[in-house]
Write a protein that binds this ligand. Structure first.
Ligand SMILES: Cc1cc2nc3c(=O)[nH]c(=O)nc-3n(C[C@H](O)[C@H](O)[C@H](O)COP(=O)(O)O)c2cc1C
Length: 190
């Protein structure tokens, strides 16, 4: 009997506000049989995580986290054949580095690999307002083939809790990672 190969997905977490998005996404992906998960972080991610989620990121996220500059991670190379990456949340600093090919950490290198291998790269930026510099960097990412999926919750589904509001964004991330889910009721569905 042959089993369906698992989808290899990298989640990169940066120091933008929005650590609860990352916690929710990783929590969903780590329990899926159809996903092989890799997690990498920026230097600042732990600081924001502690403030927004409480506790130490590495101790509370529930999956192994690669070192900030540990290029031994398989997804640091295109030859390992990882399928998709989502940077959640994505700071403007990381967006700028990825847009300009500055692969100075495992996270930015992994994103660079996704772009060069024509794999799926999703960036979930969180900043407001957006300057021309930010917009140009995000445009460069979109031109390079990335999906720019801002951390902007929607309200037409009437989310009643913070978690439900987070899920309006996470649902779209899962859609773009090509993963089935029933996190939110789809528009037009009965
Ligand atoms: C509490 C906190 C919230 C922050 N929120 C944001 C944010 O929403 N967007 C952003 O681009 N930077 C934000 N920053 C600033 C980034 O953490 C900072 O620019 C950092 O250098 C980004 O590094 P990284 O891209 O390597 O994670 C925040 C910093 C802190 C401490």
């Amino acid at each position: 009997m042959t089993s369906t190969p698992r989808k290899k997905i990298v989640i990169g977490i940066t120091g933008a506000s929005g650590a609860p998005y990352a916690r929710r996404l990783v929590g969903l992906l780590r329990d899926r049989d159809d996903v092989e998960l890799g997690v990498c972080i920026s230097q600042t991610a732990s600081e924001v995580w502690a403030l927004e989620c409480g506790g130490e990121l590495r101790e509370s996220i529930g999956v192994p986290v690669w070192g900030v500059r540990d290029y031994k991670a398989p997804f640091a190379s295109g030859s390992a054949g990882w399928h998709a990456m989502a940077v959640v949340p994505c700071s403007m600093g990381t967006a700028a580095r990825i847009a300009h090919g500055i692969s100075d950490t495992l996270l930015t290198r992994a994103a660079d690999v996704m772009i060069k291998e024509r794999r799926s790269l999703l960036v979930v930026p969180r900043e407001t307002p957006l300057s021309v510099v930010h917009l140009e960097n995000l445009t460069a990412l979109a031109r390079a083939g990335a999906v720019v999926l801002p951390a902007m919750p929607s309200f037409y589904g009437k989310p009643a809790t913070l978690d439900e509001a987070l899920d309006t964004v996470i649902a779209r991330v899962l859609d773009h990672l090509g993963l089935e889910h029933d996190l939110v009721r789809r528009w037009g569905a009965r």
